[in-house]
Structures are given as structure tokens and as C-alpha cells.
Write a protein that binds this ligand. Structure first.
Ligand code: 1HN
Length: 374
């Protein structure tokens, strides 16, 4: 982990609780505990860190290791019995809340042709990023969407949703991302099964894209006041094209190269209230500088190969690998190829950080802006 001079300055500033135990104090603490109270100075340093200290550890989940195990679940459990066949990403620092990083859950779900899950709704918001297969679909509040590789789809909180794979499709695997740990931490989670088990499709297939997916055009006739994007699906082809055009027209960011946020076309803001997402293109040979910010981030490699250094640890990635960047962890991304671009899909709790006024960011000033690798 890279420690900056600023870190050291902050860590060594006085004014911290520093009370040694005496028999008298220990007896006092026991009396307080007996009354369901405590002395603040015994916990102050822990509950008031100088800067965020994430319990999450940086992890790379390699798809070539996981894929066979995800497919194996098809032989072991039915979707009827298991509810859904998912291998979830279990961050060693977040086992107690089943989070992949911070307050975000993620898992790899597999469905076979002809399979369909029943419709349900919950307080958590969810998103999917399609990894492989053909014929997958999601229905959100009666809007059916066809899904292909690298498509990004929303199931915002409170919406009825269900997934399936068409009979003539191929086995499909996608990444689920949910804010379940956050909603559970806030003790606000409800879950409901659709009264008819499956919902009727009430609109033309892919109508959300037809209505809301035109570049820089907003339909006149449709009002939309819900706190999430009406564009439930963001297709790969136009996303990749937009990134290529952006990269041609701009220098991009020294940390992220050409990065674009998926947006709510009505507000221009994040796609959902609790989770945002982006796709970034790293040009051939791009070597980003290190920075850190608040918020928890989960990346999936949509294209290409390279590596990222997260808190001094190097993670070599290739297509479909997933890795996390915990809050306030230094990170820098490198495209390992001199001829091909690389694309990173990412979802995060950035909307929460921004709305609550908790977003902070800093660049690494030392060492030419790069971390030393442990
Ligand atoms: C959920 O509703 C789905 O709709 C996937 O496929 C994963 C993990 C925890 C809670 C709800 C889905 C989930 C989930």
C-alpha cells in the first residue's frame, strides 16, 4: 500500500483518544456495559478513522477459473429449487454481508435455453452485464428486453422483473450487481413474488430502447418522473462506438482514459439512485496514473487485456475477469496491448457518495503518480 506524506501528516496529528486501562477504569467500563452504554474514548479511534479504511480487500476473479464452476451448478441444482443459479463473489473482508466489495453484491448467474425464473420485486436495485450466450431476456415492469454480450440492463428497485433464455438460445451467463448489502445495512429491504408468478409483456419488445435510447434525443410524448432511468437496456454496439468516437476527439483522463457514464436520458444523471455504471476505453498502450476516491467499484473486462494495480497489488486481467477497487484504494489501469483497445465495464455506489456529499478524490503525487508494486 502506498503511504503518502499527506497520510503520514494526518495519521500523526494529535487529538486522538489514548486512555490506558486501569482496574478502576475497567470496573467503570463494566458498569457502563451493564447499562447498555459505553465510554466513547474506548471506541472513538475505531469509529472515527482519519480516512476511510475499507474492510474489503482487492480481489481479481478470473473467469477462466470460475466459468466451469458456474456451469457445473446447472448439473447440481434446478432454478426452481435454488431460486436462481448464481455463484456469488465473496470478498474475504465482507463475508458477513455477502458483498463483493463495500456494500455491493455481485454474482455470476447461469440459465439454460428454455429456462425462466418467476417474476419478483425487491427494495434492492439490480443490474446485469451479459457475459456470454444467446437468447437471454429480461422483463422489467412489462418491458421485455433481448440481451446480448456486453449489454447492460437495469432492474431498478421496486420493479417486477424476471429473466429467461429462449428455447432456441445458447446457455447464458451474466453478472448480477445489486445494492443488497447496502439496503440490508439500512434495514430497508422488502421482497415480493409476483401474484401471477410471471408478468404479462405489455409493450413491444425492446420498446425502452426505441423510446429512450436515441442519441441525444428525448421523446416528446413520454413523461417520466421515476427516480431511475427509463432506458432499461444499454446495448454494447452503440456504447463501444460512442467510446471510440470520444477517444478520437479527446485526450481523455490521465487516470481512466476515455470513460463514459451510462446515464438516465431524462436527467443526465446516474442510471439508478444507489448504483451507477460506466464503460471506459483504454487505448492501446495506455498506462493510467494512480488516484483514489471514496465509493466501492466492481469492474468487468468487456474487451482486451491488461492489468490494474490496486493498493500496491498487481492484477493481470483479460476478457470477462472481474476485479474490485475498495473505497479509497489507490488504483491505476494499464492496457497491456500495443495494438488493441481494452474496455472496462464498472458499476459502483458513486450515486450514493455524490448525493450524500461523501465523494472525495485525490491523485497520487509521489513517485511520478504511480504506485510501487508489492
Ligand atoms: C435477484 O433478484 C436476482 O433477479 C439475482 O436474477 C441475484 C441476489 C440476491 C437477491 C436477489 C435476479 C439476486 C437477486
Amino acid at each position: 500500500m502506498t503511504t503518502t506524506a499527506y497520510d503520514q501528516y494526518r495519521e500523526h496529528t494529535a487529538g486522538r483518544a489514548d486512555v490506558e486501562d486501569t482496574p478502576e477504569l475497567v470496573a467503570y467500563y463494566e458498569q457502563l456495559a451493564g447499562m447498555k452504554t459505553g465510554a466513547l474514548w474506548t471506541v472513538a479511534n475505531k469509529i472515527e478513522p482519519w480516512q476511510p479504511k475499507s474492510a474489503s480487500v482487492p480481489v481479481l476473479w478470473r473467469y477462466r477459473d470460475l466459468r466451469a464452476h458456474v456451469l457445473r451448478s446447472v448439473e447440481l441444482v434446478t432454478p426452481e429449487k435454488a431460486g436462481r443459479r448464481v455463484v456469488y463473489l465473496d470478498n474475504p473482508g465482507r463475508r458477513d454481508v455477502s458483498a463483493a466489495v463495500g456494500w455491493l453484491y455481485s454474482g455470476l448467474q447461469v440459465m439454460y435455453p428454455g429456462e425462466a425464473a418467476s417474476a419478483h420485486a425487491h427494495s434492492s436495485s439490480a443490474l446485469r452485464f451479459i457475459m456470454e450466450g444467446r437468447g437471454a431476456y429480461t422483463i422489467v415492469d412489462g418491458h421485455k428486453m433481448t440481451l446480448g454480450a456486453n449489454d447492460f440492463v437495469l432492474t431498478p428497485n421496486g420493479t417486477w422483473h424476471e429473466h429467461g433464455v429462449e428455447q432456441d438460445g445458447l446457455p447464458c451467463i451474466w453478472q448480477d450487481g445489486l445494492d443488497i448489502p447496502l439496503v440490508n445495512a439500512l434495514e430497508a429491504g422488502f421482497y415480493a413474488v409476483h401474484p401471477d408468478l410471471n408478468q404479462a409483456v405489455g409493450y413491444p419488445v425492446d420498446d425502452a430502447v426505441a423510446l429512450w435510447g436515441a442519441p441525444a434525443l428525448r421523446p416528446q410524448q413520454q413523461g417520466w418522473s421515476k427516480p431511475y432511468s427509463p432506458l432499461f437496456k444499454y446495448q454494447w454496439a452503440p456504447t463501444y462506438e460512442a467510446l471510440q468516437r470520444y477517444a478520437k476527439a479527446s485526450e481523455g483522463s490521465p487516470f481512466d482514459d476515455a470513460l463514459m457514464h451510462y446515464t438516465n436520458p431524462v436527467s443526465g444523471g446516474h442510471v439508478m439512485a444507489t448504483m451507477g455504471a460506466s464503460m471506459q476505453l483504454l487505448r492501446p498502450g495506455f498506462a493510467g496514473k494512480a488516484h483514489r476516491h471514496t465509493g466501492s467499484f466492481l469492474y468487468q473486462v468487456a474487451k482486451g487485456s491488461g492489468y490494474s494495480i490496486v493498493d500496491g497489488q498487481r492484477f493481470d486481467w483479460r476478457e470477462r475477469d472481474i476485479f474490485c477497487v475498495p473505497s479509497w484504494a489507490w488504483h491505476e489501469h494499464v492496457n497491456g496491448s500495443a495494438s488493441e483497445d481494452a474496455c472496462l465495464f464498472c458499476f459502483s455506489d458513486l450515486p450514493v457518495m455524490e448525493k450524500l456529499g461523501l465523494y472525495r478524490e485525490e491523485a497520487l503525487a509521489e513517485n511520478g503518480g504511480h504506485q510501487s508494486v508489492a
